[in-house]
Design a protein around this ligand. Structure first.
Ligand code: ADP
Ligand code: MG
Ligand code: ZN
Length: 477
């Protein structure tokens, strides 16, 4: 029998707001444990939450960018569960009236075309803390810094049919959240995490199969591997006459397999009820209109414009718009040098090359974006040649040197002094009498050899045209 994989995603993204959702504590990543906590976010009895309005604005931004309806009358609900990293023993979330509903995002379909993935809802909630398992002391320690950080949970319909569609969705979603400033989406810091709900069914079947859920997978590679492995596991189970059990599974990426973590809870297990400590939030049409007007040009629109107005190849535009950091570099480089084609070529070639070579993520590039534009201008103005430009770029990339200053300090500019070039070439001719005679005797290859010697004597720093011209002149004297 042939099977079809069916996947729905729940993506949690930490908002880029400076403070937490219900208190004034900082959200900055990487602080010493338990230094960013207060009585509210550490769940002391008797404290009261106060909603950070910036969270609502962020949620609306995300919703509009993802083609959602915005709910005018919002409420929060309590989701009750005990876990050591959740000191209140409940999480404030939205069950009954999520802030955004019925959106969509277009992704590359497995069969080659594009398809719309439906976004069922986006809701606001608070994050839990983190447990640090200390094997040395045989203990688990609780760090509450992350407790109360604002999250959006973005839930799709079960519309994916392959790992490639899921990966494309997450990449596009990530770009949109970055462009709109909703989240920094650093997957390795856990600010974008995906839960994968997956079932299989015979091709052509109408009913969905029983699904499992794999939680908090935080790299695209791991997500793709987890999907392949879970699909195979479910098919094998069914083929062997077994049944898939609805459960939460833990994906172990180093082992390449998942194991059962716990039976899946239903909504009633959480004893949801309306959060009594927070008033409902009204969202007005004016507020929505204002946020809509402030949205930046989104990746999809930008991509189309790069193709149509700048004439860039489709593949390149996908890369250039796929990361907000590459997009900004591209636009600032264009602004500095006025040459989009050359800017795109440099980013597709040298920048991607250096990122790969040094295993750097675009968000961690350190050089001033205008530097690449300056470098292109030096090349175009014939101040340096392409080989030198590439070498200088490595320094720009690694150490953020200023290209103009670097070229000057290291004496890398092409020679513009015709007299100096001429005297260097005279030296070359004197040292290569044999080739000179061959050339004069009618042997054309000898000329190429002499050019090579000339370029070498000039350390590649003389314009090739000028070397050719002067050499001819000297030989034909
Ligand atoms: P829960 O409330 O238990 O998390 P939901 O109904 O909200 O369950 O669905 C969570 C996610 O699981 C959604 O993305 C949804 O599309 C997906 N999903 C639901 N049923 C299935 C199924 N049978 N196969 C694959 N994905 C599913
Ligand atoms: Mg869920
Ligand atoms: Zn706090």
């Amino acid at each position: 029998m042939r099977y079809e994989t069916v996947i729905g995603l729940e993506v949690h993204t930490e908002l880029a707001t400076k403070s937490k959702i219900f208190c004034g504590c900082a959200t900055k990543f990487g602080g010493a444990p338990n230094t960013q906590v207060c009585p509210v976010c550490s769940g002391m009895p008797g404290t009261l939450p106060v909603l950070n309005r910036a969270v609502v604005d962020c949620a609306i931004r995300a919703g509009l960018a993802l083609n959602c309806e915005i709910t005018r009358n919002n409420k929060f609900d309590r989701k009750n569960y005990f876990y050591p990293d959740l000191p209140k023993a409940y999480q404030v979330s939205q069950l009954y009236a999520p802030i955004c509903t019925d959106g969509w995002l277009e992704v590359a379909a497995e069969d080659g075309g594009t398809k719309r993935v439906s976004i069922r809802e986006i809701h606001m909630e608070e994050d839990a803390g983190k447990l640090v398992h200390d094997d040395w002391e045989d203990a688990s320690l609780a760090d509450y810094n992350r407790c109360g950080t604002a999250l959006l949970e973005i839930v799709t319909q079960p519309d994916f049919r392959a790992a490639s569609e899921v990966v494309d969705y997450i990449e596009k979603l990530k770009a949109i959240l970055e462009y709109t400033g909703v989240s920094d989406c650093k997957m390795q810091e856990g600010s974008l995490r995906a839960d994968i709900n997956l079932s299989v069914r015979p091709v052509g079947a109408k009913e969905l199969g029983t699904r499992t859920e794999m939680k908090n997978i935080n790299s695209l590679r791991a997500i793709a591997r987890a999907i392949e492995a879970e699909t195979a596991r479910q098919i094998e189970l069914i083929e062997d006459g077994g049944r898939v059990v609805q459960e939460t599974r833990r994906w172990d990426d180093s082992a390449g397999e998942s194991c059962s973590m716990r039976a899946k809870e239903d909504a009633q297990d959480y004893r949801y009820f309306p959060e009594p400590d927070l008033p409902p939030i009204e969202i007005t049409d004016a507020q929505i209109a204002e946020i809509r007007a402030s949205l930046p040009e989104l990746p999809q629109a930008k991509r189309r414009r790069y193709m149509e107005e700048l004439g860039l190849p489709e593949y390149d535009t996908g890369i250039l718009t796929g990361s907000v950091y590459l997009m900004r570099l591209f636009e600032e480089t264009c602004a500095a040098c006025g040459d989009p084609k050359e800017a795109a070529n440099w980013i597709m070639g040298e920048v991607l090359g250096q990122l790969k070579l040094t295993q750097t993520l675009p968000e961690n590039m350190i050089f001033a974006p205008a530097s690449l534009g300056k470098l292109i201008l030096l090349l175009r103005g014939n101040v340096i040649n392409r080989g030198t430009a590439k070498k200088v770029f490595q320094k720009v990339f690694a150490e953020n040197v200023d290209p103009e200053q670097y070229v000057k300090e290291h004496n890398l500019a092409l020679m513009t002094d015709g007299g100096a070039i001429r005297s260097a070439l005279e030296g070359v001719l004197a040292a290569n009498e044999k080739s000179v005679n061959e050339y004069r005797g009618g042997k054309a290859q000898a000329f190429q050899y002499l050019i090579g010697q000339g370029m070498r004597a000039l350390r590649g720093q003389a314009p090739a045209q000028e070397v050719t011209r002067l050499l001819k002149e000297l030989l034909d004297d």
